[in-house]
Ligand binder design. Structure first.
Ligand code: UDP
Length: 487
């Protein structure tokens, strides 16, 4: 194998498809364009790993060794543990395997050039990098704006007057002001809570790595990296920031045999629809709405009288991340669609497709000329994919930093309309229809479409041979190669 003796990067990714997808593309680029070899470890939370992991693993090119590490025993955590706890637990439990692989690689394969982790892996894997004395980098799979917030958090925490929660807008250099209600749930939580403490601890870890690759590009987030951070009148040294995005996995991540047939059907259906006429609705790999909200969204799509493809998830009453570790049995239940309003499927059968497979071929859908609007939960990968394929959005944030992403998209980037939440965070069918219409018809829609097409071109340029993101990754790769070659 021509890559066997090359300096090798070891990447560790937490068990979220939203991290694994950009990590895989990062690994592919390091191997294909930057003369490195890559081993990508996936810290599984469930065993066997999810179907979509297996489908992705089947499409990984030669030269990238993707390995799923054994999941910790299910009894080690209570079943109802929060997604974040399960993810963190899986990464912590993976560390002995990571250490073993790292040692074996550094003695048997080419020299180890760097260890790259996501934000979850920073604390647990630091020791492994230190033991082996290799550069320790983070690949940040959320926007620069979130990273900037994390880097400012220790200082904000120490100086903010409110003891309970943050109330005033937070002004991060070059970003839209972050209003209190748009902060990630962990920062809206009581500052005495475990949730907040965990977030603060993660924020402190961020500045302890040698460098950070961010999945963004300058034309989308112009302030990326030039945030001279001033704490108590002193400029603090931050890790070097490299915008290397937008990195998304555009190879097909298709499910098994049954899904493949469904996906082909979907593509044929899209082929028959007028250009830019279809609304794609998806809340990411695990996002869920309540039963009432799911039904209301259905009625909203009907009211908008639009064509649509809806990657529907079974409702969850108490969690917005209810499908993150979904089971096969859950899929079969979803397929019954008994949670949709009576007669909905029948009434919309000529204009809409409700997809019940675990995994929609999202990039292929967004790439299709018939798709003209994406109703999204504002996961960062979904946003980048929408930008790459030039599709304006209806922003319907659910969890993590998604409210901030929605604000950025609407106010700064101006390629999305944000849904208005009413009492109890409920979005009415009228509001669903109104937001879709704003993105699909009229002068505002035209402006958004034009703007997102321009961004699309800039994203292509950022990743071209002479583009800023390619250049940033090349610089980092060179540093790693020099280290590995002892220079
Ligand atoms: N995705 C997909 N099909 C699905 C659901 C998700 O291909 O049915 C992909 C999507 O294209 C994106 C990733 O999974 O690359 C989800 O990442 P994102 O950051 O948007 O959201 P998350 O699920 O991590 O909250």
């Amino acid at each position: 194998d021509r890559t066997a003796r090359r300096p090798r990067v070891l990447l560790l990714c937490s068990p979220c498809m939203g991290h694994l997808i950009p990590f895989t593309e990062l690994a592919r680029r390091l191997v294909a364009h930057h003369g490195l070899a890559a081993t990508l470890l996936f810290a599984s939370a469930t065993w066997p790993p999810p179907e979509q992991y297996l489908a992705l693993a089947a499409s990984v090119p030669d030269g990238v060794d993707l390995v799923a590490l054994p999941a910790p025993p299910p009894e080690a955590l209570p079943h109802f543990a929060h997604v974040r706890d399960r993810v963190t637990h899986a990464v912590r439990a993976s560390i002995p395997h990571v250490r073993h692989v790292a040692r074996a690689l550094s003695t048997e394969a080419g020299p180890l050039a760097a260890i790259v982790v996501d934000m979850v892996g920073a604390a647990p894997a630091r020791g492994v990098a230190a033991e082996l004395g290799v550069p320790f980098y983070m690949f940040f799979t959320s926007p620069w704006m979130t990273l900037s917030l994390l880097m400012h958090l220790p200082h904000l925490d120490a100086t903010s007057s409110s003891r309970v929660e943050f109330r005033d807008p937070i002004r991060l250099p070059g970003c839209v002001p972050v209003h209190a209600h748009d902060l990630p749930p962990s920062m809206r939580a009581d500052r005495g809570s475990d949730m907040y403490a965990g977030f603060l601890a993660m924020a402190r870890e961020v500045t302890g790595v040698d460098g950070i690759l961010v999945n963004t590009f300058r034309e989308l987030e112009p302030a990326v990296g030039d945030d001279g951070m001033i704490v108590n009148g002193v400029t603090t040294t931050l890790p070097v920031i490299h915008p290397v995005g937008p990195l998304v996995w555009t190879r097909p991540v298709l499910g098994g045999g049954k899904d493949r047939g469904r996906h082909e059907c979907l593509m044929r259906w899209l082929d028959q629809q007028p250009r830019g006429s279809v609304v794609y609705v998806s809340f990411g790999s695990g996002g869920t709405l309540t039963l009432q909200q799911t039904a209301e969204l259905a009625l909203g799509l009907e009211l908008a009288q639009c064509r649509f493809v809806w990657a529907v998830k079974r409702p969850h009453q108490s969690s917005t991340t209810g499908a993150f570790f979904g089971s096969r049995q859950g899929d079969e239940e979803t397929a019954a669609l008994d949670f949709l309003p009576e007669g909905f499927i029948d009434r919309t059968k000529d204009v809409g497709l409700v997809m019940t497979s675990t995994w929609a071929p999202q990039t292929a859908i967004l790439d299709h000329a018939s798709v003209g609007c994406f109703v999204t939960h504002c996961g960062w990968n979904s946003i980048l994919e929408s930008v790459i394929y030039g599709v304006p959005m209806v922003a319907w944030p659910l969890y993590a930093e998604q409210n901030m992403n929605a604000a950025m998209l609407e106010v700064q980037v101006r390629v999305a309309v944000r849904v208005k939440f009413g009492d109890d965070h409920f979005v009415t069918k009228e509001e669903v229809a109104a937001a879709i219409k704003r993105v699909m018809n009229g002068a505002e829609a035209e402006r958004m479409t034009k703007r997102v097409s321009e961004l699309r071109e800039r994203s292509v340029h950022a990743l071209s041979k002479d583009g800023s993101s390619t250049h940033a990754l090349a610089q980092t790769a060179n540093k790693w190669k020099c280290f590995a070659n002892g220079k």
